[in-house]
Design a protein around this ligand. Structure first.
Ligand code: BG6
Length: 492
C-alpha cells in the first residue's frame, strides 16, 4: 500500500481560479489529496479570479468542472461538500495594486505561522506584478511560498525579468517553478533506476550507448488554445521545459544525494553542456512542422490554422538532434521530438545501446539486435529492457529479441496520484528537488533562444503533416542520415 503522510496545515491562495489549469488540474488535485486524508482539516483554499461571483457560484462551477474533467469518477456529494467547506472565493484583480487585496489579507489574518502558498495559475507576463502586489499587501510571511507555472517567459530576457521581479519579493528557496513532468512517477523513477542499481551506470556513456531518443507525442490539437499556444509553439511549450528536463535526468552525473541543490546542480551542468545549434546546422539538426487536417483513429480533425481561425507560422511539431559536450556523452546524439496531433499519445525515453563487440553466433539464428532500454512515461508506464535470447525448442539456433518487462500496472497495485497532486504536496513539504531553479530555467532558455533565433534568421521552413501521423517526413530524415530511425518503445 502507498503510504499517505498528511502534510502540515497550510493555506493556499490560487490566482486564476476560474481558468483552465485551476479547474482542470488544481482543484481536482486538492480534492483527491483531501479524499486520501492528506490535507489537514484546518488547511484552507482561497480561490481568486477577476470574475465577480459569490462563493456559492464559484463552488458550483468548480463542482461542474470536476464532473466534466473526471467523467468516470463517482463523486460522493456529501464528501465533496465537506471538502468545499475548506474553500473560499475572493474576486480580485491581482495585477491591480489597488484591487481587493485587503479581503485576501483578511482571510489570511492570524495565520502568519502557517505554511502559505500562492499559486499563480496565470499568464507568465503578469507574474512580476502579481508577486509585487502580494508583497505590497504584506502577505509574504516567513513560511510563504510562490508556485509558478511554466513557461517562465518567452525567451531568456523575459525569463530573467520575471525571475528578477519575483525574486525581489520571494527568496529563491521559496519559489517553486513547476514542470509537471517532474511530478510523473516514471520521471521520478529515472533517478532511482539509474542510481539505485549497479547495472546501468557503468555502461551509461558513449562507450556503450549509440544514441538516445526522447519523444513526447500527443494526439490533442493546439489551435483551440489560441493566443497562448500560437505565441509559444512546440519549442517553448514542450522542449524548453519538459523535454530538456527529461534529457537532464538521463544525462546528468550522479548527485551526492537527492537534496534539491545537489540534483539541480547536476541538471544545470547538462544544460550548460548542450551544444548550441548554430545557424550553420539549423536545417540539418532541426525540423519544424505544423499539422493540417487529418484523422486520429476514426475521428476526422481540423488542421491547426483552421482551429485557430487564421494562418500561422507556429510549429506544432519540433524534432532536434542535440549533443552534450562533455566526456560522458561525447559523440552520442540525443534526438528529441514532440508534437500535437500525432499518430498516438506516448511519451518515452529510449536508450539505444551499441552492438556487441564481437558476434559469437557468426550470423547463425538471425541478426543480433543491440540492447535497448525503454522508459515509458505514459500511457502504460513501465520500463522495458530489450535483450537477445535463444528461442527455446528443437531445430537449431534461433535468436529472439524480447523485452524484460516492468509494467507499472501489473507490478504496483495502487493508483498513484497524478503529477499535480504530487507536486502540490511537494510544495507544502518544501521539497524543491522537484522544481526548477532560476539558473536551470535561464540555461534552458539560452539554448532554446539559439534555435528560435536560428529559425528566424535562416527562415527555416515549416513543413506540414496531416493530423494522425508522427510529424513531417523530414523528421525521419534527421535520423535516417545516420542510419537510425525513430523507435516505438512498445512495438519493438
Ligand atoms: C503542458 C503543455 O505543459 O503539457 C501542453 O502546455 C501539453 O501543451 C501538456 O499538452 C502535456 O502534458 P501531459 O502530462 O499530458 O504529457
Amino acid at each position: 500500500m502507498a503510504q499517505l503522510v498528511p502534510v502540515e496545515e497550510f493555506d493556499i491562495v490560487i490566482f486564476g481560479a476560474t481558468g483552465d489549469l485551476a479547474q482542470r488540474k488544481l482543484f481536482p488535485a486538492l480534492y483527491h489529496r483531501w479524499l486520501d486524508d492528506q490535507i489537514p482539516e484546518g488547511a484552507r483554499i482561497i480561490a481568486t479570479s477577476r470574475t465577480e461571483m459569490s462563493r456559492e457560484d464559484f463552488l458550483e462551477q468548480t463542482r461542474k468542472s470536476h464532473a466534466e474533467f473526471h467523467p468516470s469518477e463517482k463523486v460522493d456529494e456529501a464528501r465533496w461538500a465537506k471538502f468545499a467547506e475548506q474553500m473560499d472565493y475572493v474576486a480580485l484583480d491581482a495585477v491591480n495594486e489597488g484591487g481587493n487585496w485587503p479581503e485576501v489579507a483578511e482571510r489570511l489574518e492570524g495565520r502568519e505561522e502557517k505554511i502559505r502558498l500562492f499559486y499563480l495559475a496565470l499568464p507568465p507576463g503578469i507574474y512580476g506584478s502579481v508577486c509585487e502586489n502580494i508583497g505590497a499587501a504584506g502577505l509574504v510571511t516567513p513560511k510563504a511560498r510562490v508556485v509558478l507555472e511554466k513557461p517562465i517567459g518567452t525567451d531568456l530576457e523575459s525569463a530573467r525579468e520575471i525571475n528578477e521581479r519575483v525574486g525581489r519579493v520571494f527568496r529563491e528557496d521559496a519559489i517553486f517553478r513547476i514542470d509537471h513532468y517532474l511530478g510523473k512517477e516514471t520521471v521520478q523513477n529515472l533517478l532511482i533506476l539509474r542510481f539505485a542499481n549497479v547495472l546501468f551506470e557503468p555502461i551509461w556513456n558513449s562507450t556503450w550507448i549509440d544514441h538516445v531518443q526522447i519523444s513526447a507525442c500527443e494526439t490533442v490539437g493546439a489551435g483551440m488554445r489560441g493566443d497562448y499556444y500560437d505565441g509559444a509553439g512546440a519549442m517553448r511549450d514542450m522542449v524548453q521545459n519538459h523535454l530538456l528536463q527529461l534529457l537532464c535526468l538521463v544525462a546528468m552525473e550522479p548527485p551526492n544525494d537527492l537534496d534539491a541543490d545537489a540534483v539541480r546542480g547536476e541538471k544545470l551542468k547538462v544544460l550548460n553542456a548542450l551544444r548550441p545549434i548554430g545557424i550553420k546546422h539549423i536545417d540539418a539538426e532541426t525540423v519544424r512542422g505544423q499539422y493540417t487536417s487529418g484523422a486520429i483513429g476514426s475521428e476526422t480533425v481540423k488542421g491547426y490554422a483552421e482551429e485557430l481561425g487564421r494562418e500561422s507560422g507556429t510549429e506544432t511539431f519540433a524534432a532536434l538532434k542535440t549533443h552534450i559536450d562533455n566526456w560522458r556523452w561525447s559523440g552520442v546524439p540525443f534526438y528529441l521530438r514532440t508534437g500535437k496531433r500525432m499518430a498516438s499519445r506516448r511519451s518515452e525515453i529510449i536508450i539505444q545501446f551499441k552492438p556487441v563487440p564481437h558476434e559469437v553466433t557468426n550470423g547463425q539464428g538471425g541478426p543480433l539486435h543491440p540492447n535497448r532500454l525503454v522508459i515509458r512515461l505514459q500511457p502504460d508506464e513501465g520500463v522495458r529492457l530489450l535483450l537477445m535470447t535463444k528461442d527455446p525448442g528443437p531445430g537449431g539456433l534461433r535468436l529472439r529479441y524480447v523485452p524484460l518487462n516492468l509494467s507499472y500496472a501489473d507490478t504496483f497495485e495502487e493508483n498513484y496520484p497524478d503529477a499535480y497532486e504530487r507536486l502540490l504536496m511537494a510544495v507544502v513539504r518544501d521539497n524543491l528537488a522537484l522544481f526548477m531553479r532560476r539558473d536551470e530555467i535561464e540555461a534552458a532558455w539560452r539554448w532554446v533562444d539559439g534555435i528560435l533565433n536560428g529559425w528566424k534568421e535562416a527562415d527555416t521552413r515549416l513543413y506540414t503533416y496531416p493530423a494522425g501521423v508522427d510529424g513531417p517526413v523530414q523528421s525521419a530524415l534527421l535520423l535516417d542520415r545516420a542510419g537510425r530511425e525513430w523507435l516505438d518503445g512498445m512495438n519493438l
